[in-house]
Design a protein around this ligand. Sequence first.
Ligand code: SAH
Length: 352
Amino acid sequence: MKTPLCDLQYSELEELVAAAGEPRYRAEQLCRHIVAYDGFEEYTDLPKSFIAKLRENYFDRPFIEKSRVVSTDGATRYLFETAEGDLVEAVFLPHGYGNSVCVSCQVGCAMGCTFCASGYYGFKRNLSAGEILAQALFIARDKKDEGGVKKIVMMGSGEPLANYDNTVKFFKLLSSKKGLNIGMRSISISTCGLPDKIERLARDGFSGTLSLSLHAATDEKRKKIMRVANSHTVKDIVKSMRTFFDATRRRVVIEYILIAGFNDTDADVSALKNLLRGLCCHVNLIPLNPTDHCDLKPPTKKQAYAFCAKLNDAKISATVRRSMGSDVAGACGQLKNRTVEAEMVSKNLSKR
Ligand code: SAH
């Protein structure tokens, strides 16, 4: 099985170059090509014999672009395909203060949230650190003329804390001065709430933004929409968020999808107030993006703002999130599912 070159840290590139009997400065050249997401045919300053050796064990690029959809607000949703045919989604979000990329960390997802398209076809595999990085490298190359990529959001398909080692290695690759040089402060990570891993992230020195996909403030309600709620209580999760804050002094974000008539009542305001008491956090309210496979509905804009006002009255810092790119196949996993489903349809048709 070949490894993508972008999975290697700089020290590993130096070892590879030495093992191939090449001079040390080749590591620098190689690194520049990897960060530029060049194909082997673009490695023109390296000897052909060295490139031939590289080809034996490594991929230049782990993905090719399968399709993209561009939103009216400039957000671009990319669908990448690996050599094995796995599909991986990433989104470019343009901002005047620094463009960001939302990356996926798994093919599919095992967490089983009813409202989320990513897990609909189950879990296939973890992405390697290099495969996570490659999404940012591809997009940085593609959007070079628009200012490249300055921030990373781990909010695509998959659960980053269930792919812990590769996620942490991805941060290392990302922040390398010889790489994209995107430091921890410019990284946001979103989790469905795995308390032991949240505490480990704090111990391992993560100093970016941590978001928790809470979506319901009681276990009873959360179990109705998130399978992972059967394994961890909201109290334990919030406790781990508090530990994270104490260690990092970084305010945490609570993500709360608004589902009409389900989690937007006065009782939910009280439950949130009780649960979040004493936690330094901001609540992001996200009107649900309806998916093809579930009949939950978002509230109206007016209802969403009314719920937000009630949280603010209860002294909870909260805002309704403006969702970029919702006209380009919405929330995570939706573009991939639509593509898979379109292919299923075309295969059925061609069988006839
Ligand atoms: N597994 C991680 C990260 C991936 S999901 C997590 O659970 O946080 C990124 C965010 O998108 C999560 O907050 C998730 O709950 C949200 N999301 C998924 N499907 C959605 C939908 N249909 N509408 C709105 N947000 C959605």
